[in-house]
Design a protein around this ligand. Structure first.
Ligand code: FMN
Length: 392
């Protein structure tokens, strides 16, 4: 009798992802996306796989002031664990107060801070991706947020870009500072603010950050449009987990692919039009519940329609009418006119989706780049920076 042949199993590419006390077997994070990752969309994504599913960004000032919109955005479904909340802030005291409120009122289980927003109205005042350039201010914000979060046992993570532009990179310095101040993980979108969403994310930079930050997980972000992209990012950078944004727009099942891929399984979701249409319908219904208003939910689903139907044969006229949908009944009527037996179209449904655009000169406060410390004039500018901010 011969000995049984040993089964060779490939070692997992990467272990479970630990963010403070929270562990996900699948090392995946849904990227916070303003206007997208509300509890409705998170539910659809969560149903497909394990991971961390981060809320839309809430400004710390609006939270502290309890604006009705921010109170809605910090809402989580009863079964969401961990509840990952992203905060944006520029003033150490306000950010600390917001985190204190999160802890005192048990609003979340994990707080992520956004230092990656490239939008001109944000960077012009020194916020978002412009902020880490002021190294001491960045450190103070992270320090205060970690202090308050740790009082409730919450991990605090940091999400950032490479820097302002190629001549003003901040990610290694900021990553180290965040690690030293007690952040539980750091995530890097491999683009500068100047790049916005153009070109390709620089995965080399993620590898450099992984070499630099050695005691907490480093998460890679940028241009993951398939499960294979995610595996490739981990292989090339050594990162501890991936953050997925635009790739899941209109494709919440990407999280099932990611779970399968990281577990070494080959199956992938390739839905025909019937499943896609049913998902749009469900998404619209969840949005209507989220807003407590059917019309608002239907208005919101409009922007998702093109992403859901990317690559599927859906006529221009029907797409246009879906772009004006005003009720769930109206949505049902339009869906009924589709050829629901149409199969998955293959390559046209894949590849990049969502924002792209071209490089832009980064709007900054006057003399911002002269000094990495916060001087009097810049300090005044930054106080204005939290007003009317949304999105990254
Ligand atoms: C519509 C949209 C909204 C976004 N809003 C935020 C945000 O609120 N906070 C944030 O940190 N990043 C935000 N981002 C950036 C994403 O989290 C992510 O870093 C970026 O899209 C790159 O990842 P991707 O290539 O997987 O999309 C947003 C991106 C998009 C496309």
């Amino acid at each position: 009798m011969s000995a049984p042949t040993p089964t060779l199993t490939a070692p997992p590419l990467v272990g479970p992802l630990r963010i403070g006390p929270h562990v996900s077997q699948t090392p995946v994070v849904l990227a916070p996306m303003a206007g997208i990752t509300n509890s409705a969309f998170r539910r659809l994504c969560r149903e497909h796989g394990r991971g961390f599913y981060v809320s839309e960004m809430v400004t710390s000032r609006a939270l502290v002031e309890r604006s009705p919109e921010s109170m809605r955005l910090v809402g989580f479904d009863g079964d969401e664990r961990p509840r990952s909340l992203q905060l944006y802030g520029v003033d150490p005291a306000t950010v600390a107060a917001a985190v204190r409120m999160v802890v005192a009122e048990d609003l979340a289980d994990h707080v992520d801070l956004n230092f990656g927003c490239p939008v001109p109205k944000v960077t012009r005042k020194g916020g978002g991706a412009a902020l880490p350039w002021k190294a001491d201010l960045f450190r103070q914000i992270v320090r205060g947020a970690v202090r308050e979060a740790s009082r409730g046992g919450l991990p605090l993570t940091v999400k950032m870009r490479k820097g302002i532009d190629d001549d003003h990179l901040t990610y290694l310095q900021a990553g180290l500072a965040a690690e030293q101040e007690g952040a539980a993980a750091v995530a890097l979108h491999g683009r500068t603010a100047a790049q916005h969403y153009s070109g390709q994310a620089d995965w080399e930079a993620i590898a450099r950050l992984k070499e630099t930050v050695t005691t907490v997980p480093v998460l890679g972000n940028g241009d993951i449009f398939s499960a294979e992209d995610a595996l490739e990012m981990v292989r090339r950078t050594g990162c501890d987990g991936v953050v997925v944004g635009r790739g899941c727009l209109g494709r919440p099942w990407l999280f099932a692919d990611l779970e399968a891929a990281f577990a070494g399984r080959p199956e992938r979701h390739r839905p025909g039009l019937r499943i896609v249409a049913a998902t749009i319908r469900r998404h619209a219904e969840l949005l209507a519940e989220f807003y407590g208003d059917e019309l608002r939910g239907c208005r919101d689903i409009r922007k998702h329609v093109a992403w859901y139907f990317k690559g599927y044969v859906v006529g221009g006229d029907l797409r246009a009418r879906l772009g004006l949908v005003e009720s769930l009944e109206n949505l049902d009527e339009l869906i009924a006119t589709l050829d629901l037996d149409a199969p998955y179209p293959g390559a046209p449904a894949e590849g990049s989706r969502g924002r792209a655009g071209s490089p832009q000169r980064v709007a900054l406060p006057e003399n911002w780049l002269d000094d990495q410390h916060l001087t009097g004039a810049a300090a005044e500018t930054i106080r204005q920076a939290e007003l009317s901010v949304s999105g990254g």
